[in-house]
Every structure is written in structure tokens, then in C-alpha cells.
Design a protein around this ligand. Structure first.
Ligand SMILES: [Cu+2]
Length: 310
């Protein structure tokens, strides 16, 4: 119980930082289709106004320098994407801190928020170059989100997300699919039933606690979620059109059956093995697609859920 309270306080502190950062306009650099933006999991890289108010972040902006040819990517074919991360002095970064078991996380999505992928590039420490083989399943514009933790001048090890846009295949064959807000709280993905719980109605600037309970319709036993990349669940939340990027991780709190429960009853559900819970703060109103990844029996499942934030 005490442990639960401590966790809860940490989550509230963290999300306070996120909300604070969000209101100060923390997206920093924009040029040539790439930008440095905070990975909001922990407040992220903030701008210089924020820097003067806090010692919690690096002064640096970061950017991606793509070193492979991305001008002729075909759908359905493996394409090697290579890139380096540079700082605002154009120096290639070679020192990264492992976060969630990897030096680099590489998330990509088509701009209509279809075809989400989460990959882990290889790293050449000599050159600072990352490389990853990607198969884009369909034509259209995509955004790549390298997600990493630079080691120098980042004592608090804050993660950073940069982005880069590529066009795949024939644009005339691309039709953006409309983003439909999910209303049913149950979905089926990868043969599992996934029940979503939302602590409150999503509101801009307010923390939203949400959780997923996973069950296997063919098995009587409770599903046992496994640790995947150092967390029981990973959440990537991307906003429609602007493609703002939020990365969050399971909080360890269980909200299954939260509705109608007292706080004490809720606390009694902490740590059920079939449930993951998250907290996120959405910076502004709009539609957001929540991609949640978790592992069952060695298999990684990605579930998505679209919310409308008012
Ligand atoms: Cu990853």
C-alpha cells in the first residue's frame, strides 16, 4: 500500500513536468522536414526558456542526418535506412545511454497513423551511424521517429525524439484513411481480447490514467504479461495531423475495474499479471492514436486505440 502511494506520487510528479513542458512549447528545432521534440515520457528536451528555469535538461538541440538514399523507397521491399544523430554544433553523436534495453528505438508510422512499427537499429560506434532494415507495407508518406537518450550534457538522461519524413511508393495510390475514434472499450488484436479502462474523459492538459486488461478467449487461465524491453507495457501516442509524439511506459498500477471502486479497493488490484496501466498528458485538444505494446508468451502484440481529447 505504501509502495503504491509512492509510485502514485512519482507518476503525478512526472506528469506535472510533462504538462508544464507542454505549455511552454517544447518542440524546438524545425528544418528540412526534421525536428527535435521532447519525448514526453519524462518532460523531454525543453527549450532555452525552460533551461533557464531548470537544470533538468540539456541545452542542446538534436537533429537527424539521414545517410542512405530515401528518394526511391518501394512498398513491400526491405529498405536500409541509415542515419546519424547530430547536435546543434553539427557534431555526430556517438555516446548514447541504453534506455529500455536499447541504444536506439525507431518508431515509424504512416502519416494517417496506419502501419505503426517499432524497430531497433544497429549501431556503428566508430562512425555514429545507425542502420535498420525497414519494410514499408504500403504507399504513402511516413514519419520516422528515432528515440534515444544522448549521454553527453544530459545528466538526467532525458530521452529525445527527432523525426524525419519519407515518401514511399506511388503517392497517387495513397489515400489517407480517416482516423475513427474508438467508442467500444473492447478490441481484439493478435487473438487476444483487450479491454481498455479510462480513469477519466481525456482532457487537454490533464493527466489521463488508462489501462489495458488482456485475456485469451481460448484459454481459461489468466494471461501473464511478460516484461518487454524493460517494461510491462510501452505506449506511443501520436496526434492526428501534427504527429506530436508522446512516449509513456506502464506505471505498474492496476486500474482494472476501477469504475465504481473506492481508492482502497483499487489499490488491492495492484500488480495483476494481465493488466498494464499508463498515465499520459495530452498537450492539446484533438484526436490521438494510442499504440500499446506488450508481450505474451514471447510474442509482442501491438494494440491501438484512438481517443478524442477535448
Ligand atoms: Cu524500442
Amino acid at each position: 500500500m505504501k509502495n503504491f502511494r509512492i509510485k502514485l506520487i512519482l507518476v503525478i510528479l512526472a506528469s506535472g513536468l510533462v504538462a508544464w513542458g507542454a505549455y511552454f512549447g517544447i518542440t524546438t528545432i524545425k528544418k528540412n522536414g526534421s525536428q527535435t521534440s521532447p519525448n514526453m515520457m519524462s518532460g523531454g528536451a525543453m527549450d532555452h526558456d525552460m533551461a533557464s528555469m531548470s537544470t533538468a535538461q540539456s541545452h542542446r538541440g538534436y537533429d537527424i542526418e539521414v545517410t542512405s538514399d530515401t528518394s526511391n523507397i518501394k512498398p513491400g521491399q526491405s529498405t536500409k535506412i541509415s542515419y546519424k544523430i547530430v547536435n546543434d554544433k553539427k557534431e555526430v553523436l556517438k555516446d548514447f545511454t541504453i534506455a529500455h534495453e536499447k541504444l536506439m528505438h525507431f518508431i515509424l508510422v504512416r502519416k494517417d497513423l496506419q502501419n505503426f512499427q517499432h524497430l531497433h537499429p544497429d549501431f556503428n560506434k566508430q562512425t555514429g551511424e545507425f542502420s535498420v532494415d525497414v519494410t514499408f507495407p504500403a504507399d504513402g508518406p511516413y514519419r520516422l521517429f528515432p528515440d534515444f537518450t544522448p549521454t553527453p550534457e544530459n545528466p538526467q538522461k532525458l530521452p529525445v525524439t527527432v523525426n524525419y519524413d519519407v515518401v514511399v511508393g506511388d503517392q497517387s495510390k495513397y489515400k489517407a484513411q480517416p482516423l475513427t475514434v474508438d467508442t467500444a472499450t473492447s478490441k481484439t488484436t493478435g487473438g487476444f481480447n483487450i479491454d481498455y479502462f479510462f480513469g477519466t474523459t481525456p482532457r487537454a492538459g490533464a493527466q489521463l490514467d488508462y489501462g489495458l486488461t488482456i485475456s485469451d478467449p481460448n484459454v481459461d487461465e489468466q494471461v501473464q504479461l511478460e516484461s518487454y524491453l524493460g517494461a510491462m507495457g510501452h505506449g506511443v501516442i501520436i496526434k492526428e495531423n501534427t504527429l506530436d509524439f508522446i512516449h509513456t511506459h506502464a506505471t505498474g498500477m492496476d486500474m482494472a475495474g476501477m469504475e465504481g471502486m473506492t481508492a482502497a479497493e483499487h489499490a488491492g488490484h495492484v500488480g495483476e499479471p494481465d493488466t498494464v496501466d499508463f498515465s499520459a498528458t495530452f498537450p492539446e485538444a484533438g484526436k490521438y492514436k494510442i499504440f500499446t505494446q506488450f508481450q505474451v508468451k514471447g510474442k509482442v502484440i501491438t494494440s491501438d486505440y484512438t481517443v478524442s481529447v477535448n
